[in-house]
Design a protein around this ligand. Structure first.
Ligand code: ATP
Ligand code: MG
Length: 397
């Protein structure tokens, strides 16, 4: 058994010692069989959430009403979820009620795709009630049971299907795809937070061109905020070598650039975090600026190296240039800056106030910024005396 599972074996053993059933389930089992990196391990058990809380020392009852308890074991967190049945989703967001069951089979039946409905015992035996292994071998995403029923229960599964195509480079099983086409409009019932989570994974998948193609051809794109209006931008996205981008901010920046729409407008509607919105806006504005100008040192200093790398990655795709080379060049240019951070300036506000014999005020910020820019533009060395001389000289002019 893979060592990441071995670490979690004590949790299964504890549950079993107390007479409960316990298995590894879901994405981790799938990823192990695909020899992909395993990130989080989910455990399914017949123990109720309260029983799980009672059995372990280090627990967080994160989603106790949905049956999930996080158990910490040797510095790793595991989601331990009580076996449950599929229940109606009242408002397409939360199930109207939760019914816990004693049987793994019923729990696996409520899972979305056959490849996600695999379980593994503590001894490493695979339980495959829905031919998930065949689908892993044939690289197929197939709904567990009747796809239409499953998509009515939770329309997010349609988007998840396409995101798994993008992440795993699988194909959709024909009836599963047909039902997505037919029921795509049901996506509009979902909260944007749930949609955005899947879309982000879709955008970064190793077969994202294929994923985006399906996202368009199945009609799903029509039922997420703003994408209908900007279909052409979305279409051009999949024509570009987008697999070269590694960060979600880069994908959003490229998309909003191609759509010629202010990033803020789309990303706000998608309820994205304000830091991400800010970063995408900076990338977008810098791309515009770089149409007519080259990077200047002060701008690079202000932007920071990580964002500058993202800008170069996106710009290289747009202009069909070598991204690795452009990124390497911008990093070199950044490394050559005399300072990387305000704090590295060898003078501070107190020094400048003393030199000028003036109290703090709005002038001080401006003065410090001038000094910072002069240092970066290599007009003056980053040394106290040199800066003082330079300031005196500026004042006497
Ligand atoms: P990832 O590698 O991205 O975490 P995952 O398959 O583990 O992929 P999760 O969202 O972590 O996806 O869900 C864990 C498991 O829970 C899935 O493998 C699947 O069995 C089940 N599951 C998750 N979301 C749904 C859903 N909307 N409908 C049915 N089953 C779901
Ligand atoms: Mg997971």
């Amino acid at each position: 058994m893979n060592s990441v599972f071995v670490k979690a074996v004590p949790i299964l053993e504890t549950l079993q010692e107390y007479g409960f059933k316990a298995y590894f389930v879901g994405g981790a089992v799938r990823d192990m069989l695909l020899h992909r990196p395993i990130h989080d391990i989910d455990i399914a058990t017949s123990a109720s959430p309260q029983e799980v809380v009672g059995l372990f020392k280090n627990v967080i009852p994160v989603g106790i009403e949905h049956g999930t308890v996080v158990v910490h074991e040797k510095g790793v967190s595991y989601e331990v979820t009580t076996f449950r049945k599929e229940t109606e989703y009242e408002d397409f967001r939360h199930p109207s009620s939760i019914e816990f069951v004693d049987d793994l089979g019923e729990d696996l039946q409520r899972r979305d795709f056959t490849i996600n409905a695999l379980a593994m015992t503590v001894d490493g035996d695979i339980i495959d009630l829905y031919n998930g292994i065949d689908d892993l071998t044939n690289r197929t995403i197939r709904a567990v049971g009747d796809p239409a029923e499953r998509f009515y229960e939770d329309p997010l599964r349609m988007l998840r299907a396409v995101r798994f195509v993008s992440q795993l480079n699988f194909k959709l099983d024909e009836p599963t795809e047909q039902e997505i086409r037919r029921l795509a409009s049901h996506l509009s019932h979902l909260s944007i937070e749930r949609i955005a989570q899947e879309w982000e994974k879709l955008m970064l998948g190793s077969a994202r061109e294929k994923g985006i193609e399906l996202f368009i051809s199945t009609g799903l794109y029509e039922y997420v905020p703003h994408f209908v209006t900007y279909k052409n931008g979305l279409l051009s996205l999949k024509e570009l070598p987008i697999h070269q981008l590694y960060h979600v901010r880069e994908m959003w920046a490229l998309l909003t650039y191609l759509c010629q729409v202010p990033a803020k407008m789309i990303l706000k509607a998608w309820k994205q975090p304000s830091l991400l919105i800010k970063e995408v806006e900076i990338i977008q504005q810098t791309l515009e600026h770089l149409k007519q100008n080259n990077w200047d040192d002060y701008q690079l200093f202000k932007t920071g190296v990580e964002l500058a790398k993202s800008i170069e990655a996106v710009r290289s795709i747009l202009y069909k240039e070598n991204a690795a080379e452009n990124i390497e060049n911008i990093v070199k240019k950044y490394n050559a800056l005399p300072i990387k951070d305000k704090k590295e300036l060898s003078v501070n506000g107190h020094d400048v106030m003393k030199w000028k014999n003036k109290k703090a005020g709005p002038w001080l910020g401006k003065e410090l910024q001038m000094i910072e820019q002069a240092v970066i533009d290599k007009k003056v060395k980053n040394e106290k005396n040199a800066i003082k001389e330079w300031v005196d000289r500026c004042n006497s002019q």
